[in-house]
Write a protein of this length. Structure first.
Length: 554
């Protein structure tokens, strides 16, 4: 926790953890203000978790969530009013920037502008754009940075695209925009939740992964103006681009299930979709000697659609190997109508459903959790075409939250009616703006949202951008490839590889690896080969098993 003092009564910082509360209490903090909306990051604890610990330390808490780049005057007024509470006061967001902007705007009439800017700068925050806003003038357009390619998002898709572009033309000026300090290998969290990987094995510093030759703009995007080819950052800074790549990932909507935010991480409620909770899953599985274990899957789209049942299989395997399978009742509640969307893999999966004596509940959507009563509530259809709510008590429950595009994407002019970036599913080029491409979880192409999909998409986007720069009429086409290594037991995986329309797209001949059957070879690939392929190959522009073929535009 890097605390920055703005004055004797107010400090700000990046995201805090419940474990940081004791340090704040030692510093005398009496009031805590959260300016970060829940669900912005996969490693972010919920406000309710922070509040619970803070209350135990007699610290008063206030939730004033502000979307990055959307700080308005009403937010600033409210923030100013909160500053009259008992101090010292500590405010936090993702980086401390939003809290500092709120402070700056709230103090505009009390403190000289030069003092506001100097104070913020001393704390490490650039308030020049906010100063222009306060003063009613802006010089941002003249000082605007400009790049050949701007990439929004420093996840798997964004960094891989930058690396692939630079491998083709290292003279390009490229900026990657992402405020995150850490980068996560999220496919590894399934194995963390089974005690196979440590959390630390899935994390790297973002700075160590930015490709040589690319600039890292450590900020969050607030808005897009595709007509002027600009991106607005937090603090109202503008970045100009010739071509834009949107790889902003996906938002985990923890508030989409009533009561989940208040109980996640305790009361036996866990999720492998968060870095800090995957170890809690393993703790629950190891400690459960009998009772009822529920596993849930929300409506599509979600990233890694197989992850909810991977959690079920690996948990069931632990109980099976420890002769507890007859004592633990496993139930899988899926909002969808089938176990898995590609029928060729279902027979192998059903054998494991039977081995673990799991009860499948299809067309059941989790809508509410009462953590204190350890009860989950599901919406399901009735025979007459209506819906009803059923309840189920649990000893542990693994929850996959509903998911959407990030807020700043959904409010942009780049999206379709459902809120995803609108692209041609084959070229991944925007349907309305010819100098914009999108890939990864945020694009509306109907492929599985997996890291494997991004691994194939990145070289295709890079090849198409280079072709566009050269003015050729050649394009590479994406076939919808995605991969889901379904960890059906410790040591064996059903390696689902498929493209658009559920067409099977195996990477290896059947005599080497039959993906429709559980194999040890696929487990070896998942545990030993895929992590180094990710860190040392994909993120470095090594396009293994990908060869974009250029053909005439249709």
């Amino acid at each position: 926790m890097n605390i920055k003092e703005l004055n004797a009564n107010l400090s700000v910082s990046e995201q805090i953890l419940p474990s940081d509360i004791s340090e704040l209490a030692k510093r005398g903090v009496r009031t805590l203000i959260c300016n970060r909306p829940d669900g912005e990051g996969s490693d972010q604890p919920l406000f309710s978790e922070i509040e619970k610990t803070a209350t135990e330390h007699r610290i008063q808490c206030h939730y004033l969530p502000v979307i990055t780049g959307k700080v308005n005057d009403e937010d600033a007024v409210t923030f100013g009013e909160l500053l009259t509470n008992d101090g010292p006061i500590h405010a936090y967001c993702r980086s401390g920037m939003r809290s500092t902007i709120l402070w700056a705007l709230s103090q505009a009439k009390q403190i000289p502008l030069t003092e506001i800017v100097a104070t913020a700068k001393a704390a490490g925050y650039d308030m020049s754009a906010v100063a222009a806003r306060i003063a009613g003038k802006s010089g941002e357009m003249d000082a605007m940075r400009s790049y050949d390619v701007v990439i929004v998002g420093g996840g798997a898709a964004g960094i891989s695209t930058a690396a692939s572009l630079l491998a083709r033309n290292n003279a390009l000026s490229i900026a990657i925009i992402d405020p995150a300090e850490k980068h996560y290998y999220q496919p590894g969290w399934t194995l963390v939740a089974a005690g196979i990987f440590t959390p630390e094995q899935t994390m790297r510093d973002m700075a160590s992964l930015i490709p040589k030759g690319a600039d890292w703009i450590k900020a969050a995007v607030a808005a897009f103006d595709p007509d002027s080819n600009t991106v607005t950052l937090e603090g109202c800074r503008l970045i100009k681009y010739t071509r834009l790549v949107v790889a902003a990932g996906i938002k985990l909507n923890w508030d989409g299930i009533e009561g989940l935010s208040e109980t996640i991480g305790r009361n036996g409620v866990t999720s492998n979709y968060r870095y800090d909770l995957a170890p809690y899953t393993w703790e629950l599985v190891r400690n459960l000697k009998g009772g009822r274990a529920l596993f849930t899957q929300p409506p599509m789209p979600i990233k890694c659609a197989g992850a909810p049942q991977k959690a079920m299989y690996l948990s069931g395997d632990h109980w099976y190997r420890n002769q507890l399978i007859d004592k633990v009742n496993i139930e899988f509640y899926n909002a969808g109508a089938v176990l898995f969307g590609v029928a060729a893999y279902v027979p192998a999966l059903m054998k494991y459903v039977e081995r673990y004596q799991a009860e499948l509940k299809l067309n059941h959507k989790l809508v509410r959790i009462d953590g204190d009563k350890k009860t989950a509530y599901f919406e399901t259809a009735t025979a007459d075409g209506g819906t009803e709510i059923i309840s189920r008590e649990f000893d542990m429950i693994h929850v996959c939250p509903p998911q959407t595009a990030p807020d700043f994407i959904r409010s942009s002019p780049l999206v379709d009616a459902a809120g995803w970036v609108d692209v041609d599913q084959y070229t991944l080029r925007h349907t309305r703006y010819n100098n914009i491409w999108s890939l990864g979880d945020v694009a509306n192409a109907p492929n599985a949202k997996t890291a494997a999909a991004a691994r194939v998409q990145a070289p295709i986007v890079a090849a198409n951008i280079i072709a566009d720069i050269k003015g050729t009429h050649k394009v590479a086409h994406y076939n919808g490839y995605g991969s889901c290594p379904l960890t059906v037991e410790r040591g064996k995986i059903v390696l689902a590889e498929f493209g658009y329309g559920g067409k099977l797209l195996p990477s290896m001949p059947k005599w080497i690896l039959d993906g429709t059957k559980p194999t040890r070879a696929a487990w070896f690939l998942k545990e030993k080969l895929l992590p180094p392929i990710y860190w040392q190959g994909m993120l470095k522009g090594k396009e293994w098993l990908v060869n974009p073929v250029m053909s005439d535009e249709a």
